[in-house]
Structures are given as C-alpha cells and as structure tokens.
Ligand binder design. Structure first.
Ligand SMILES: [Zn+2]
Length: 665
C-alpha cells in the first residue's frame, strides 16, 4: 500500500469531519481506481465469509456494518455530480459496472436471503432491528428469490419481455416524433413569444437549412407554441399532432400498451398480488388502489367548479364565445401577465442570498430548535460552506451547502447523504443548488430559487433529525410517496407572510415586501389550480385504473377507457383526437407505473400538516412542531409512513386541507 493509499484509508476511517479537499485532490483521484478495486475485493471477501456463517451463529449484527466502499464511491459520485470533468467521469464509468455486479450478487444471493429469514426467526430482535430485517426480506421477495424454480424462470422471462416492450414503447415515441417539424414563416403570430424561444426556433431552422422558425415535437416546442403562439389554427395543429404520435402505423403503441399491462399483471400475480398496482403500492405509503381512486375522484369533483370559474374568467376577459383545449394555455398565460403581473426583477431585490439563508436558519430554529454553526474550514471548492448542526447542544450532523452554479455541475437541485450514521460516524448531509452568483457578492434570488432552497433544506432536516441509530431507518429511506413531505412542507414558510418577513428585506433599503406585492403573490398562488389539478388527476387516474381495474380487451377498449377517464375528470371538452396514453413514457417505460398519483399525493399530505400549523393560529406553534418532530421527522423510517401519519393525525389521509389551500373550497 503506498503513502497516498494509506492516507485515504485513514481519511475514510475518520468518523468525524471529512477532509473532502484532500479526498478530491488530484493525487487521490489518480489512485482512486486502485483504491476502489481494493475496497471491492475486501467487501467481496467479507461477503463470502458471511455466507459461511452457521445458522446457529447468525445474529443481527452481521447484516449491519459500515461499508467503506459505499462511502468512498458515494463521495466520488457526489464529486462527479458537482464537478463532472473527464477525470472523475472516467473513474466512475470504469468502476460502476463492477460495483453494480457486486450489488446484484448480494441482492440475488439465496443463502443471504435464507440467513435474513433465520435471523428474524431465531433472534430476539427489537422493533427496529426486526423492521430492518423484514424490509430486506420484502425486497428479496419481490426479486422472486423465494419462488419455486418454475415460477422464477417464468418471472425472468416476463422481466425480460417487459424490458424489451418498454424499450420498444419509448423507441416508438421517439421515432414517431422524430420526423415531426413545423415551420412558421409569419413572424407576426410569434410576436408574444420570448426571444430565447424564437432564437432557438431560428437556430433549428438554420440547422436543417430551412427558412423561418422551426418547431419540433419536443415538450419545449409544444409549450412554447401553446403558451405564446397567437394563431389558433397553429395551436390546434400542435395539439392534434401531439395526440397522434405513436397511434397508428408501424409506431403504433396501443398493442404494446396492452402487452405491457398483461405482462405486469402476470408478474404481480406470480408474486402474490391481485394486480400490478398492488405490487407498486407495496413500497409506498398509499395502501390500496381504491384509496387513491376514491380520493382522486373526490378531488376531481371539487376541482371542477374552480376550473369552470377559471375558464369563465378567461372567456369574459378576452370576450371569447368558445374555448378549446388548445386555447387554455395561451389565454391563461395572457391573463396572468395582464391581470396579475408581478415584476420579477423588483421582487428579487427582496431575496438577497445571505439574508434568505440566515432567515431560513432562523425559521428552522424556531420550529425545531436546530442551531447551525458555520465552520471556518475549506472544502472542495470556495463556494462550499460547512455547518455543524445541533439541537439543544446535541450534535446532529455536518451540513454542506454547495449553492452556486458552475458549468461542471448537474443543472438541478438536490439533497444527499454523504455519510450515513453508523456507530461513531457523524452524519454528513449536503444540499446542492444552481443559483446564479452575482459578481458584487450581493446575489439576488428569484422566488422559485428561494422555494428550492427551502425545499432541499426540508429534505436535509428530515435526515438530520431522524434519531434511529440504524442508518436504514433514517429520514431519507421512507416510502417514495412520503419522502417529499418535509421538503414541500418547509416551502410554506417561505411563502407565508410571517415566514417571509424573517428573510425578505429590500437589498438597498432594508424594507419589507410591500402589501401590494404580497397580495399579488397570494393571488398567483392559486392561479389556474383548478385546471392544473384536473389535468394531473386525469393522468393519475388513467395510470391507476389501467393497473388495477382489469386490462382492456382490445385497442378500441383501451382508447375508450382513456377517453372516458378524461371526460369524467375534466370540465373542458376534449378534441376529436385524444391519445395521451400512447406517449406516456412515465408509466410505460419508467418508474411511475401505478405511481403517477404520488406527485399530487405528496402535496395532499403536506397541506394537511401545514393546516395543522395554521389552525393553531401560529405557524411556529411549539405544540404542533414538537408533535411533528416527534411523530414524523425524528421517527424517520422506524415505522411505515401510513402509521407515522396516523400517529400525527389519528386518522387516514383527507383532501380537505389541500382543497382549502388550493382555493377549491
Ligand atoms: Zn424533493
């Protein structure tokens, strides 16, 4: 082992503050491939030895140990996400396949699975240990490891078939869109379009050696036309095209959808579920397809009057006799600009970065008594700040912030754990954003930047505050339709007047946001929510219905289901051409099958908690925050999300708070 390697091993064994400046230094990166290989060999040998342990010697401890390999690889992955140059990319790309292979070896080890079951049966486990082992067993179960040989073979075949079908589905979507181009030569009909959109359309036309403005089948082109093109016929053309992609000829996806649904249904039944929705919900908070379908049906009914009101307002304001689906985006945007316009440049002056950050820390302190102490240490780049987080004097975690844009960083925002808690290990959590840094040091944020900052910090606090000593049961590991609760919830404090008053001060004068602006912000909050909810519901209900209410018997029956679903959930009549399912890659080639509801679900449960604060007449109510901290945040994943929710509310999910907040009742 050479000197650098030794130093790295020492740095990785350090349970306290991590020296990321050293771990990301050129000398370490040069050695990283070798070190990763060595760590992998060690882990493989450990795993082999584990499998040899005799049944009577199996204890809980053998399933829980800190992996230096996971820690180091996780750190390198983080570095790739924030600093994606050729060096780090090559390290990750070369090592990842081996890492994944080893992960699969563990995930599909029959002996390991049997050992987990023995551990659960033969040991006197406490509640948390039993939950960890049961969760592992469940994840093995859906990987079919416990099934008889014949069924395993059958499942393998289905999985292979499904992956081919999904791939074909996506290819059909791509291929049917590929040829589509729409050239506009009359600049007048684009006079309301932002310059960036126009420039891009000119650029695309030039690339194809054509005159005028070229729009293609991308979502971006679609939104651009639907919102800004003043010619109704062009908007209708676009709308119709979108609804004819992958509907006929060699790219027709309808037969594939039926095959995908059938294969998923077979798979679910082999694994002991009634249907695919049952399998999908096994690892989510929502308990049954019926629960979702009932809630969302109520939601559609409640959203319809608001949607009608929104459409009437548009008709009256623009003196229109008729309003079609391809008109709503255009007129809603115009109405918003003309009637509720807010000067974003002026608003930004109230959101100076340092002031927002300090205000956010004050808010979190008022809610959960968290103290953030900035450490004077260097990290991997000069924009990274490091905090020591504590609660009532007790250390919780280290917190890294990497808030500013740089060209090597992934262009979005996220929260992540860099090191999990294990024995003496101190947790490390990071928030990454892409705010544009001002040269003079006074960076001004948009309201959406502020919301992003609060959102990611909400995720971070969930992890900071979860108190289980087992990393598997911390906040980041909850069911994925529950994981957005703390993050979306915290956003409410940055939009609320009282919350905003703690950080929004004019950068030059120090004044608070004027009343007129606050009123407009509140109006904008509920602008178009009726229509938006109905649109989201239509997708969620289509997804859940197709995965739980029997498979349509023919392509025609499939189309009828989709059309009926739209008609039930909408207040605006659809066009003659309507076919959102044939391009719905989210559910036919993605992770959202029988899970599309989760977008809206996260908001429903988040508004329930927010209402509990508001009902107490104090958004910093110690009673409510203490209860939320105890029942949900600090509980992490020690119980099922549905149980945590019941601990807090003593009942199941309801939609009233959401309806109220969205202006629907
Ligand atoms: Zn999130």
């Amino acid at each position: 082992m050479n000197a650098v390697n030794q130093k790295v091993q020492k740095a990785l064994s350090n349970t306290d503050f991590p020296d990321l400046k050293f771990l990301y230094s050129p000398e370490v990166l040069a050695q990283a491939p070798k070190i990763l290989e060595e760590l992998l060999e060690e882990e493989k040998a450990d795993f082999e030895n584990k499998l040899k342990i005799k049944d009577e010697d199996i204890s809980f401890e053998i399933f829980e140990d800190f992996s230096k390999l996971d820690y180091f690889f996780g750190l390198l992955e983080h570095y790739q996400w924030v600093h994606n140059d050729d060096i780090i990319r090559k390290i990750i790309e070369d090592f990842e396949p081996k890492y994944v292979d080893f992960g699969n070896e563990v995930s599909y080890s029959k002996r390991y699975y049997d050992m987990l079951k023995i551990c659960l049966e033969n040991n006197n486990l406490d509640q948390q240990q039993a939950r960890i082992i049961s969760k592992s067993i469940e994840s093995f179960d859906v990987r079919w490891i416990s099934l008889p040989q014949d069924d395993q073979e059958e499942l393998k075949k289905i999985n292979k078939e499904l992956s081919e079908l999904s791939q074909k589905f996506s290819n059909n979507v791509l291929d049917s869109k590929k040829e589509f181009e729409y050239i506009i030569t009359d600049k007048n009909i684009l006079s309301e379009m932002p310059n960036d959109d126009i420039d891009a359309a000119v650029h695309r036309a030039k690339e194809k050696k054509k005159e005028g403005y070229l729009f293609d089948a991308s979502q971006w082109s679609y939104m651009s036309i639907m919102k800004y093109c003043s010619d109704q016929n062009v908007r209708k053309d676009f709308y119709d095209s979108r609804n004819t992609f992958a509907t006929s000829g060699k790219h027709n996806n309808k037969a594939l959808i039926l095959k995908i649904l059938t294969a998923r249904d077979k798979k679910a039944k082999l694994l002991g579920f009634d249907n695919y929705a049952g399998l999908s919900l096994k690892f989510k908070m929502a308990e049954s397809p019926e629960q979702i379908i009932n809630l969302f049906a109520q939601l559609s009914e409640k959203a319809k009057p608001k949607s009608k009101q929104e459409l009437d307002e548009i008709r009256e304001y623009f003196k229109l006799d008729d309003l079609k689906l391809w008109d709503t985006g255009y007129y809603a945007r115009k109405l918003k600009e003309e009637k509720y316009s807010l000067d974003d440049k002026q608003l930004k002056k109230y959101f100076e970065f340092e002031s927002v950050l300090t205000g956010m820390f004050t808010i979190i302190n008022k809610l959960y008594w968290i103290e953030m102490k900035k450490l004077e240490v260097e990290s991997y780049n000069q924009d990274v700040s490091v905090y020591e987080v504590s609660q009532n004097g007790k250390f919780l975690s280290y917190f890294f912030t990497d808030y500013f844009y740089n060209e090597l960083k992934r262009p979005w925002a996220w929260a992540n754990i860099l090191r999990e808690k294990y024995e003496n290990n101190k947790k490390i959590i990071v928030n990454v954003c892409n705010f544009q840094k001002a040269a003079d040091g006074k960076t001004l944020l948009t309201l959406s930047d502020v919301e992003t900052m609060f959102h990611e910090f909400g995720h971070a606090t969930h992890e900071m505050l979860s108190c289980s000593t087992h990393s598997e049961l911390s906040g980041f590991h909850v069911e994925w339709d529950f994981v957005e609760l703390p993050s979306q919830l915290l956003e409410n404090w940055c939009r609320d007047r009282q919350g905003m008053s703690l950080f929004a001060k004019h950068v030059d004068t120090g004044e608070s946001v004027p009343e007129e602006m606050l009123e407009k912000l509140e109006l904008l909050d509920n602008f178009g929510t009726g229509e938006f909810i109905l649109a989201q519901n239509t997708y969620a209900m289509m997804d859940m219905g197709l995965h739980s209410q029997g498979i349509p018997s023919s392509e025609e029956a499939l189309d009828n289901f989709v059309i009926k679903n739209y008609d039930i959930n909408s207040s605006l009549s659809r066009g003659d051409v309507y076919s959102p399912h044939t391009t719905f890659t989210h559910i036919f080639d993605g992770w959202y099958a029988a899970g599309y509801y989760s977008y809206m679900w996260a908001e429903i449960i988040e508004k329930e908690v927010w209402k509990a604060f508001k009902d107490s007449w104090d958004i910093f109510s110690p009673e409510v925050s203490e209860k939320f901290l105890r029942d949900i945040l600090s509980a992490g994943t020690t119980k099922k999300a549905s149980e945590l929710f019941r601990d807090f509310f003593w009942r199941d999910v309801r939609i009233d708070a959401f309806l109220n907040e969205k202006g629907l009742i």
